[in-house]
Design a protein around this ligand. Structure first.
Ligand SMILES: [Zn+2]
Length: 110
C-alpha cells in the first residue's frame, strides 16, 4: 500500500496515541519490521504519528506496547486492519512478557 492509502484507511489517526494528524506529521509503521521480512501489505502496516514512532524507536512492537499500556489499548482498538496472525503473535508475546514482568523469583527456566 502507498503511504497516503494507509493514512486514509486509518483516518489519519495514530494507532498508538489515537490522535488525528495531518499527513505531514504521520509515518508508516511496520508491524513486522522490513529488516525482519515484513512488507508493505495492508495487514503489516499501521499509521503512527512521528512522535509515537520516535518513542517506539528500535524496540520491537511488543516491547513498546508492554512499556506503554495506553498505546497498547489504542493499538487493540485502532489497528483493525492488521493481519490476525500478527495480533495472535503479539498477544502471545504480551502474555509471555507480562508473566516475566510479574515473576520475581530466580528459578531457572524450564
Ligand atoms: Zn501517536
Amino acid at each position: 500500500m502507498k503511504r497516503e492509502e494507509i493514512f486514509e484507511r486509518d483516518e489519519w489517526r495514530c494507532v498508538y496515541c489515537g490522535e488525528q494528524f495531518a499527513a505531514s506529521a504521520l509515518t508508516v509503521d511496520h508491524v513486522q519490521p522490513q529488516v525482519r521480512g515484513g512488507d508493505n501489505s495492508g495487514g503489516n502496516v499501521v499509521t503512527a504519528c512521528a512522535t509515537c514512532n520516535f518513542r517506539k524507536g528500535h524496540r520491537r512492537l511488543v516491547d513498546f506496547l508492554l512499556d506503554e499500556p495506553a498505546a497498547l489499548a489504542n493499538f487493540r482498538q485502532l489497528a483493525r486492519h492488521v493481519w490476525p496472525r500478527h495480533i495472535r503473535t503479539l498477544d502471545e508475546a504480551l502474555r509471555a512478557g507480562a508473566r516475566r514482568a510479574d515473576s520475581h523469583d530466580d528459578s531457572p527456566r524450564r
